[in-house]
Design a protein around this ligand. Structure first.
Ligand code: ATP
Ligand code: MG
Length: 601
C-alpha cells in the first residue's frame, strides 16, 4: 500500500470530544470517523485491524468446535414479546415499525433469534450439544455512547450460543469457552482476567467477564484485583474483607439510650457530634424498588452501598434512594434519622426480613449487610428527626442469622476475599467479553424443546458467549500506546511495516525504499511505503502515530545499501544491509510471542 493513496486522514490535534486515549488516537490517526453519536466509520486501517481480531476469534471458536452462521440484524418484535424482553429491555432496544406497521427491533443481541432457530431446527438430543456463533453488527441505544469504539450504539460483536441436554454439559462447554477466550485475547496481545460478574439484563445465574486491565486511568469500569492471587472483580460485584470495627462501643455508651442529635443527618456530622468512629454506626437507608415498593438497607457507617449488588439482592429491575417525602411517608422521619431504634424484626414468607412497628400494617422489607452483624453498643437512627439511639444491640440476632447480604462497595486496601492474604488494588478495566450460563431462561419462555433419550420433550439448556470485536480493538490501543501514538501488537496491526524514504527527491533513497517495499510485498509481508512528498519529520511522526510495528528508513546510508530498522516499541534503530532486511522482518514477525509480550507488559 502506498501512503499517498491510503485513506488515513491524520490530524494534528486530538478531537475535542474524545475523553479516552483509544478514542483520541483512533480518530487522530485516521482509523475511525464519527457519523453520529456512537456510530463510526471504520476507515481502511481500522477495518484491517477489525478483520484481524475477527479472524483470531473465528479460528479459536472453530477450533473449539463452534459453527459460524449469520443471523439477521432486523428482527420481528414478536420473538422479543415471546421472551419477555420487549417489555424489560427498555430504551436501549432500538424499535422501529415497517411499512405494514409491524414492530421490529435492531438486534442488540441474538438470544431470541437463536432460540427460534433451535426450536424449529433442533429436534433431538442426538443433535446436542451444539455451539453456534456469528460475527455481526449490534445496535444498542446506549444512554451514554462514549469513548469512541468502547461504547458505541452500533458495534461489532461475536456472539455464540450453546445448547445442551444437561447442566453438566453446559458446565463443560462454559469452561471450554473460558479457555477459548483466554487464547483469543492472548493471541490479540491482551492480558485479561476472568472475573465473576453480575449478569445484568441477560439474566442467568453464573457469568464471567473478561477484563483487560489497562493499568492506566482509562477504561470503562473500576476493577478490583488482588495483588497476590488471581482474584479480580468488577467493582459492582467485588467482595472484600473490610477491617473489623475497632471498638465494641462500650467505651462510648454503657447503656442503651435515646439522645438528641441536632443537625446530624450525615454520618460525618454524627461522628463529630457524638465523637465516635463511623464504624460504630449502623446506617439505615430507604430505597424504592421498581417505583413502588419501599425497602430498607442497613450497612455499617463507614461503608457505601453498591447499588448493583443491592439491585440483585432485592431482585429488582430498578432501585433508587427514596426522596424526603417518601422517607416521611414510610418511616415518619427525615433523611438521616431513619433507623430501627424502636422497631421490631420479623420474618415474612420467602425469608424476607421485615423491620417495623409492632402493629404496623406496613413493615419494611430490609436488606442487612454483613457489615452490621458484629456491631455492638452501636448508634442508629430512631425514626424521629433529631434523635438517634445509642448503645443499641440487636434484639433478634437469631432471626437475622442466614439473612445477611453483601451489598457493600469494596474498598482499595480491603483484604482479598479469595486468598484472604493479599490486598485489593484497583485499576480501570475494559470488559471485552463475557460468558453466561443462561440455563432454560430463553428456551422455557419461548417454548423451545427437543426430545430426550427417553422420548420426552425438554427445554434446551443454554449458554451464551460474547466478545466485543470493535471494543477489543480499541482496548488494545488503550493498553498499548505512548505519547507519540498507537503501538499495535503484531497479530492485529493493520500493516506490519512502513518503509520511509527520508527524501523522495533523492533517487538513491527512493529506489532503495521501493526495492525493499516490493521485496517485502512479494514475500507476503503487509507493508506500506510512505511515498508522500513530505518532510521526514512529518513521516516519522505519522509512522509513530499510526503504530505500525516496524519502520524501515532509507536515508543517508542508502548509498551504502544500508537501511535503518526500528521497532515501534523501541527508541533505538539499527542499520541493516538491504539484502538482510527481509529475513530480519520475517524473524521479528515470527518471534512475536504473546507470552513474552504479556509478561513484559
Ligand atoms: P456493558 O456492561 O459494557 O454494557 P454488556 O454486559 O452489555 O456490556 P454484552 O451484552 O454481554 O455486554 O455484550 C458482549 C460484549 O459486547 C461485551 O463484553 C463488550 O465487549 C461488547 N459490547 C457491549 N456493549 C457494547 C457497546 N455499546 N459498544 C461496544 N462494545 C460493546
Ligand atoms: Mg450493556
Amino acid at each position: 500500500m502506498r501512503m499517498s493513496k491510503l485513506l488515513a486522514p491524520t490530524l494534528r490535534e486530538n478531537p475535542a470530544e474524545a475523553e479516552v486515549v483509544s478514542h483520541q488516537l483512533l480518530v487522530r490517526a485516521g482509523y475511525i470517523r464519527r457519523l453520529a453519536s456512537g456510530i463510526y466509520n471504520y476507515l481502511p486501517l481500522m477495518w484491517r485491524v477489525m478483520k484481524k481480531v475477527e479472524q483470531i476469534v473465528r479460528e479459536e471458536m472453530d477450533k473449539a468446535g463452534a459453527q459460524e452462521l449469520l443471523m439477521p440484524i432486523l428482527q420481528p418484535a414478536d420473538i422479543w414479546q415471546e421472551s419477555g424482553r420487549w417489555e424489560v429491555y427498555g430504551k436501549e432496544l432500538i424499535r422501529l415499525k415497517d411499512r405494514h406497521d409491524r414492530d421490529c427491533v435492531l438486534g442488540p443481541t441474538h438470544e431470541e433469534v437463536i432460540t427460534t432457530i433451535a426450536k424449529h431446527e433442533i429436534h433431538s438430543y442426538r443433535h446436542l450439544p451444539v455451539n453456534l456463533y456469528q460475527i455481526q453488527n449490534k445496535y444498542r441505544d446506549e444512554i451514554r455512547p462514549r469513548f469512541g469504539l468502547l461504547r458505541g450504539r452500533e458495534f461489532i460483536m461475536k456472539d455464540a450460543y450453546s445448547f445442551h441436554t444437561t447442566e453438566d454439559d453446559l458446565d463443560r462447554e462454559y469452561y471450554v469457552m473460558a479457555d477459548t477466550y483466554k487464547s483469543i485475547f492472548k493471541r490479540c496481545g491482551l492480558e485479561t482476567r476472568m472475573v465473576r460478574s453480575d449478569s445484568g439484563a441477560i439474566g442467568g445465574d453464573v457469568s464471567h467477564e473478561f477484563m483487560v486491565l489497562t493499568h492506566t486511568h482509562s477504561g470503562e469500569c473500576d476493577v478490583f484485583y488482588c495483588n497476590q492471587c488471581e482474584y479480580a472483580a468488577n467493582s459492582n460485584r467485588a467482595e472484600s474483607i473490610t477491617p473489623a470495627a475497632t471498638t465494641d462501643g462500650k467505651e462510648y455508651f454503657s447503656q442503651e439510650a435515646i439522645v438528641e442529635t441536632p443537625d446530624c443527618s450525615s454520618i460525618e456530622a454524627l461522628t463529630k457530634f457524638l465523637k465516635i468512629p463511623p464504624t460504630l454506626i449502623c446506617k439505615a437507608l430507604l430505597y424504592i424498588k421498581d417505583e413502588k415498593e419501599p425497602f430498607l438497607v442497613l450497612i455499617r457507617g463507614d461503608l457505601e452501598v453498591e447499588e448493583v449488588k443491592l439491585l440483585n439482592a432485592v431482585q429488582a429491575y430498578e432501585i433508587r434512594m427514596a426522596n424526603e417525602e417518601e422517607v416521611y411517608k414510610y418511616t415518619g422521619t427525615k433523611k438521616g434519622y431513619v433507623g430501627i431504634g424502636n422497631w421490631v424484626i420479623s420474618l415474612k414468607e420467602g425469608g424476607v426480613l421485615l423491620f417495623g412497628k409492632e402493629q404496623s400494617s406496613m413493615p419494611l422489607p430490609t436488606v442487612v449487610d454483613f457489615s452490621v452483624k458484629e456491631l455492638k453498643n452501636f448508634v442508629v437512627g430512631h425514626n424521629q428527626a433529631g434523635y438517634h439511639k445509642v448503645g443499641y444491640n440487636w434484639h433478634a440476632p437469631d432471626l437475622m442469622e442466614g439473612h445477611y447480604k453483601d451489598v457493600k462497595l469494596a474498598r482499595l486496601g480491603d483484604t482479598c476475599p479469595e486468598c484472604q492474604k493479599g490486598t485489593l488494588e484497583m485499576t480501570r478495566g475494559i470488559e471485552v467479553g463475557n460468558i453466561f450460563k443462561l440455563g432454560k431462561k430463553y428456551s422455557r419462555a419461548m417454548n423451545a424443546t427437543y426430545s430426550t433419550e427417553d422420548g420426552k420433550e425438554d427445554f434446551f439448556i443454554m449458554g451464551c458467549y460474547g466478545i466485543g470485536i470493535s471494543r477489543t480493538a480499541a482496548a488494545s490501543v488503550e493498553r498499548y500506546h505512548d505519547e507519540n501514538g498507537i503501538i499495535w501488537p503484531i497479530p492485529i496491526a493493520p500493516y506490519h511495516v512502513v518503509v520511509v524514504p527520508v527524501n523522495t527527491s533523492d533517487e538513491t533513497q527512493l529506489a532503495l525504499a521501493e526495492r525493499v517495499y516490493n521485496e517485502l510485498k512479494i514475500a507476503g509481508i503487509e507493508v506500506v511505503i510512505d511515498d508522500r512528498d513530505e518532510r521526514a519529520g512529518v513521516k516519522f511522526k505519522d509512522a509513530d502515530l499510526l503504530g505500525f510495528p516496524l519502520r524501515i528508513t532509507a536515508g543517508k546510508k542508502a548509498g551504502e545499501g544500508l537501511l535503518e530498522v526500528k521497532l515501534r516499541t523501541e527508541k533505538a534503530a539499527q542499520d541493516i544491509p538491504a539484502a538482510e532486511v527481509l529475513a530480519y522482518v520475517q524473524q521479528q514477525l515470527q518471534s512475536w510471542n504473546a507470552e513474552a509480550v504479556l509478561t513484559h507488559a
